[in-house]
Design a protein around this ligand. Structure first.
Ligand SMILES: *Cc1c(COP(=O)(O)O)cnc(C)c1O
Length: 383
């Protein structure tokens, strides 16, 4: 009997141990140390962003991004309902109100619905966009590049410019995805908004155990985030703090692992692309990525009307781990009273998507085994 096949596990296959030992040997294990700036340089160089700020998590990067963009109390922020809750909670951390928007067939925010919400539920006076029902000023949009796909940023950034909104790009799942056509051709996920956030949690395309990074082409925004991430320290000796900051800085140990992982990013993307194609060659049709982009192929989505039965079958009969996508956030308890637009697309995907194994060390033989099990389930008349 072969080993169980997990959904998505870390792949520590390069210089991680070497660099971590160097960090430990140097004595610099905490937030000071050269690996932090080296890792920031590696990420900003890879995705061609002017500045990068390494953080404790993707959630922290998103929180700092909202603060650095000036989002605060009493304001409103457009967010997707189909995403991981960490994309939305930081809106509450800054005492702003989320307004939930549906997804399109890429699982990312539907820009058509965003446009009609702005027209029908808000008023724009040439400077400010005001949400009519609550009187709150809408100042930002958090857009998530779901599963390494890319949102329709041509349209979204156009709307943000029209309505004077900051764009917080949640690129936590999309490190390395880039546009190949349109206004942003050649640009990478995370670098077309006001700020972008990456995550290096254990299941992301690269990992530091836990960690994140904020990137921005606006050096002022990045400097503000960096300042807040280090307890808003205004003086190197006498502990002068003129604001309430956060302990959000990444440690040198995490960054040592991250630097080694960055050396493998292109290899990881190639492996994920190869396995994505292999599933299809094996006859398992996966949700396509948007045209005109080079995704990082982070997660694979398979659609079935028998979601729970398929997951159960794969787990029990074949020791294959899969998962459904997220419960819609606007219907979760903390957000049940928040405003939302028309949501009639996301529920269909929630009901049908099963994420199949996609680790970067998944062999072609593993893919064939998963594909055979998925097809066996279908041929059984779906059990
Ligand atoms: C992983 C993830 C985050 C949060 O990242 P952490 O590093 O776990 O804090 C935020 N948004 C989305 C969409 C994610 O998938």
């Amino acid at each position: 009997m072969r080993e169980p096949i997990p959904l998505s596990v870390p792949n520590i296959c390069g210089n991680e141990v070497v660099y971590a030992e160097q960090a430990i040997g140097s004595g610099w294990v905490s937030t000071a140390g050269s690996f932090v700036s080296d890792f920031e340089a590696a990420v900003s160089h890879y995705c061609n962003a002017r500045s990068a700020v390494a953080c404790q998590s993707g959630t922290a990067a998103l929180h700092l991004g909202l603060l650095a963009a000036g989002v605060g109390r009493g304001q409103a922020v457009f967010v997707p309902t189909l995403t991981f809750i960490a994309a939305v909670n930081p809106v509450r951390y800054v005492d702003a109100m989320p307004i939930f928007i549906d997804c399109d067939d890429t699982l990312c925010m539907d820009t058509e619905k965003l446009a009609s919400y702005c027209e029908e539920e808000c008023v724009f006076d040439g400077d400010r966009l005001t949400h009519i029902a609550t009187g709150a000023q809408v100042t930002a949009v958090v857009v998530v590049h779901v599963f390494g796909n890319l949102a329709d940023m041509d349209r979204l950034v156009g709307l943000a410019e029209k309505y004077h909104l900051s764009v917080i790009e949640d690129a936590t799942e999309a490190l390395g995805s880039r546009w190949e056509s349109g206004r942003f051709a050649g640009r990478f996920a995370g670098t077309v908004g006001t700020v972008g956030a990456f995550s290096f949690n254990g299941n992301k395309i690269i990992t530091t155990g836990g960690g994140g990074m904020l990137v921005s082409n606006d050096e002022g925004v990045a400097a503000r985030a960096r300042y807040l991430s280090q307890q808003a320290k205004d003086d190197s000796l006498y502990f002068i703090h003129n604001e309430v900051g956060f302990n959000y800085r990444m440690t040198n140990l995490q960054a040592a692992v991250g630097l080694a992982q960055m050396e493998k990013l292109d290899l990881f993307i190639r492996t994920k692309e190869r396995n994505y194609q292999r599933y299809q060659q094996d006859g398992v049709e996966l949700l396509p990525f948007r045209e005109g982009i080079r995704p990082n192929y982070w997660f694979y989505s398979y659609l079935t009307p028998y979601r729970d039965e398929l997951m159960e079958y794969l787990s029990v009969t074949h020791a294959i781990q899969t998962r459904p996508i997220w419960h819609l956030i606007h219907s979760l308890r903390p957000y049940a009273t928040a405003p939302h637009g028309v949501i009639d697309c996301a529920p269909n995907y929630v009901a049908q998507v099963v994420n199949l194994p996609c680790s970067t060390d998944l062999s072609e033989g593993d893919v064939d085994a998963v594909a055979a099990a998925v097809l066996a389930f279908s041929e059984d008349g779906s059990v």
